[in-house]
Design a binder for this molecule. Structure first.
Ligand SMILES: Cc1ncc(COP(=O)(O)O)c(C=O)c1O
Length: 477
């Protein structure tokens, strides 16, 4: 399709032409429309539309942990889409639940006290699975909007309590909490801010618990954990505890490097937060629903959160749905808000969408029936030991780490000094591309030469061994 399409000339007509293409497996027109008109997120727009990023990746179908591209290539997906397809692809049980709900009630809104049965049942189910102390769920559509909701609740609650100064939010460097304006501001990766005038608002960042790169390698993990908590406390005191409302973090930082917290980290952090009456906002968008080997990361680390965000694994990506879980304590502040301000004036058209809730219920049935959190713990241990056995002595491998089915390899130019490769080499993306040629999808993280694994929670030891063998061939290249 020509770049200089006349105004009003049909694009759709050309898409439907695809079915008549003599070479349907590799359809040049479809790829051209993709390049010229499909605005892809997180993509170099110029290079993509100029065709400089290689063959198109048009995914056509998937089953289990394997996806098939339109050009016929089959790839093992070691990332479960974007860390979300926890039950694996092709679960007809979820597809059937979606179809049945769409036929019965495709939509009704949840504003001004309206509800649908799947939304109520899902609320009950998620609260029963959630860590103790959670009272209520606000349903949204994705991780980012769950965090918009969270921060609005924090500000609203403090206004309701007559503490208008207590508004600052502390996040961590390297964090990824999403890309809407507030979620993007909370995220702590500079590449996400560049060109967007972010971060905005009363957002501060403190240290990430990056044990492999702690300033003094001789420091014990416990001492390093205390130093992270001390840094947080210094920041709260410097800003004034009466101005700091909340601290947001993932139980295990995911896109920022897969950073399991060092021993004692969460205990020390929670002590600081309690001392200064700062809320703990837990981002369980990745870790919720089994990824770390328990239903929630809060269960793994004994976290007592004020609010918890969930998304991805809630529906395993079959439809978009997110939730902001609110504790009893925060709920009582919101009731005070109703007394002061009237109705809680926040929400979106698609809050608690009945079809998405039906998908989530069917997904949670599978996670529970097949004990997929338990499998994540067992298979996660297998994955970590297989990676260590295969790559532990590799001269370019600095660290292999993980919890449950969230794992990573960090590559270094020099193991002794932990020196990084020159960023211009883009080693992580190169390994990811080499893996693609071995039929493996593996994600290179945005900062540092780190590749991450987050397969479906159904994965078996044999499938893990296959992934490790493919990766070894990719690294050898
Ligand atoms: C930890 C974490 N929080 C939040 C988000 C944002 O979720 P979404 O992309 O659904 O807005 C992500 C997305 O990858 C994430 O990894």
């Amino acid at each position: 399709m020509a770049r200089g399409r006349a105004p009003g000339a049909p694009i759709v007509q050309e898409i439907t032409d695809v079915t008549q293409d003599p070479e349907p497996r590799r359809n040049a027109r479809l790829e051209d429309i993709d390049r010229q008109h499909f605005f892809h997120p997180n993509t170099d727009l110029r290079a993509f539309s100029a065709g400089e990023l290689g063959d198109a990746t048009i995914v056509e179908e998937a089953a289990g942990i394997e996806v098939r591209l339109r050009d016929g290539r089959r790839l093992i997906d070691a990332g479960a889409g974007l860390l979300c397809v926890n039950v694996g692809y092709g679960r007809t049980e979820i597809a059937d639940a979606i179809a049945a709900q769409a036929r019965r009630l495709a939509f009704y809104h949840a504003h001004a006290g309206h509800a649908s049965e799947p939304a109520i049942r899902l609320t009950e189910r998620v609260l029963a699975l959630a860590p103790p102390g959670m009272r209520s769920v606000f349903w949204g559509l994705q991780g980012s909007d769950a965090h918009e909701t969270m921060i609005k609740i924090v500000w609203y609650a403090n206004n309701a309590l007559g503490r208008p100064r207590k508004k600052k939010i502390i996040a961590r460097h390297r964090a990824y909490h999403g890309l809407t304006i507030m979620a993007g501001s909370l995220s702590g990766l500079p590449g996400l801010h560049r060109g967007f005038d972010l971060p905005i608002g009363p957002v501060l960042h403190t240290e990430a618990p990056y044990a492999y790169r702690r300033p003094d390698p001789d420091m014990s993990e416990a001492a390093y954990a205390r130093s992270c908590a001390d840094a947080l406390e210094r920041l709260i005191l410097a800003e004034g505890a009466d101005t700091v409302a909340a601290f947001i973090a993932e139980p295990v930082m995911s896109s920022g490097g897969v950073l399991p917290p060092p021993d004692g980290y969460w205990e020390a952090i929670q002590t600081v937060l309690r001392r200064h009456d700062v809320m703990l906002l837990l981002d369980e968008v990745v870790t919720g629903f089994g990824r770390l080997g328990r239903w929630f990361g809060a269960d793994v680390y004994g976290l007592d959160a004020d609010m918890i965000s969930v998304a991805k694994g809630l529906t395993s990506g079959y439809l978009p749905l997110a939730g902001t879980l609110v504790s009893e304590r925060v709920w009582s502040m919101l009731e005070e808000g109703s007394r002061r301000f009237g109705p809680f004036a926040h929400g979106f058209t698609f809050v608690a969408h009945p079809v998405c809730c039906a998908a989530a219920l069917a997904n949670l049935d599978i996670l529970a029936r097949e004990d997929l959190p338990g499998n994540a713990a067992r298979s996660g241990a297998w994955l970590l030991s297989a990676l260590r056995a295969r790559f532990g002595d590799h001269p370019l491998v600095g660290d292999i780490r993980g919890v449950g089915l969230l794992a990573a390899i960090e590559f270094v130019a020099d193991r002794a000094s932990r020196r990084r490769f020159d960023a211009a080499l883009a080693l992580g993306p190169r390994i990811s591309r080499a893996a693609r040629d071995e039929g493996l999808i593996i994600r290179a993280l945005p900062e540092g030469d780190i590749i991450a694994f987050s397969p479906a929670l159904t994965i078996t030891p044999a499938q893990i061994d296959d992934i490790v063998a493919r990766l070894a061939r990719a690294i050898d290249r």
